[in-house]
Write a protein that binds this ligand. Sequence first.
Ligand code: SF4
Length: 692
Amino acid sequence: MSYCASRFHTVRRNTLEVKVGQVGVGGSNPIRVQSMTTSDTQDISATVKQSIALAEVGCEIIRITAPNVPAAQCLKDIRARFTAAGFGHIPLVADIHFLPAAAMEAVEHVEKIRVNPGNYADKKKFAVKEYSDSDYDRELQRLHESFTPLVLRAKALGRSLRIGTNHGSLSDRIMNRYGDTPLGMVESALEFLRIAESHGFKQMILSMKSSNPKVMIEAYRLLVDRMNREDMRYPLHLGVTEAGDGEDGRIKGAIGIGSLLYDGLGDTIRVSLTEDSVYEVPVAQALVKKAMSLWQPPATLTASPFARFASSADAIDPFHFTRRPTQSLPLSPAALVGPEQPPRVIVRVPSIDGLAETAAQLATARLADTPAEGLLVSVATTADLQSAAAHWSSIIGHWSFPPAVPALVIELSQSLSADMVAATAETLPAGTVFLRTFGADDIEVLLAFVQFTRAHGHTLAVATTANDLTALAPALPALGDDRLLFTLSTPIGSVAGVNAHPTGAHRALVEQLRLAGSRAPLWIRNTSDTAVNGDPSFLSRLLDAAILTGSLLCDGLGDLVSIETEADPARSTRLAYNVLQGAGARISKTEFVACPSCGRTLFDLQTTTQRIRAQTGHLKGIKLAIMGCIVNGPGEMADADFGYVGGAPGKINLYVGKTCVQYNIPQAEADARLIALIKEHGKWVDPSPVSA
Ligand code: SF4
């Protein structure tokens, strides 16, 4: 296994430095933030204006689409005017799909060229064809001939290239040999890398984007593994493509990009949002700041038995998603935890007195499809415990809300002994979850709590760290996994003597559970102690929740989730479900795949996305793509069920899967026709009064 990122610490991968104009990417440079203009490239003034706006908010590399040769020619004036405006130090990148001629023009004017190996010189026809080895070699030879002139010209002019693979637009050749897989994405890039290297060209950056963070994470890890095997050290450009807008777009981007940055992978990033591009930059900057605050020098980890991801017996396979097998556990009468169950959502209640109010708020907030499945309250004394019990019995006595009764989850202070809690426990409903922290010296206390909770049919959530669990491990066989949960206690502390990041500390805890033979479920708690770099802003808290929860879920870890950094219970619930949806772990609403728009876009993507979301956002389990153009849109829609794609100015094409079923519909009719199409395929449900 040559993949060698640390899974507990952020040790930056050692890469070549690639120069994009004056900006170094990889090597010892900071992680660079980039974005893309959305104007028509041939509208030179608008494109220069957008480039200046991006530069002024701190964008370090700016990409501009060059859909054809005339657009590529405009890059000359754009570069000149951008430089004249005082931004000569900021490199421009031409985004090329399909047309080598556009790339050959663009390379004369801008510092970097992005090519998509899925369509550079290849027409994608979604053709199913068996490629014999000689067919395949012939295709590679054709590719060599098409790509070589660009490589040679880039080399002569001192330009760099990005080999930018997208999951949704793999070539027919790759699709037929490797399928629509991370391996196919990696092979697609390697074909281009080998051609460039055959000409002694190394100024390349690679990307493996997908709208699915899980696929994207696996593809980048696999790429690093393959590059290591071939002794290649090219920097990585990270991005989750077609992530959409608003909270959902930010969450998806943070899951994919953040997870890899915390693995130590990634040298430049773009957060794609279906919003004005200037809004992408602060999100990317916040991600970069978090990751760079975690960087550890590689030397600190050399002696650590935990230093490497994926030892042969690891709990996590970095290349294939497998959910960690766990013991089944009833959280409440309506919610099981464990195998085949979606991760459950726990919500913190601000105070014991607020229990009833929170329960009512969560019900009246029309959260029937996104219920809080446990309400978490802290108690410091036995009087608090009695008060919580009294409030709870009054709540469940009057429970008539559409979501089922949640579990009561009580966080106990360290001053409460098992005996003190047991004295009140009879007034609490069976199945109450008690959360308590256990340190390395607490074996006896732990055994006492297990005995008490078992005797009353309660569940014990053990908060501890990987290090403390090493000391507690001898007790685990006696505890069994029945009615036992684990979660991370804070402060997180170190793993193998070096401070771990929150995701790494959870992985280490799971690794210790595996070594101890425990299959107890894992509760991912997002608290102020699991925040990275202590920024209290809403954006920072959102990113922390998405990175920690999302990256663990994408690793197959996590059975319960709470976002306790959000004080408002309804907001906390919504954020938890949005993160679960972003990670593909629990689907509670329509999944939107929306391109960020660019110079090819044929309609207003932002207002269209919002309008379609308002009409179809309740269709749980449906994946709907809204794409700006037919040149790239259908290819990039990946596995969407239905597609709304710009076909021509003012005209929309509708898709079912990858098949276009209605062409050139006037845009004014397209929303209604899309809904009719969804109905025709039996996928429509009317919005319910509760979930509307
Ligand atoms: S799908 Fe969207 S972002 Fe991609 S090329 Fe078309 S308009 Fe541009």
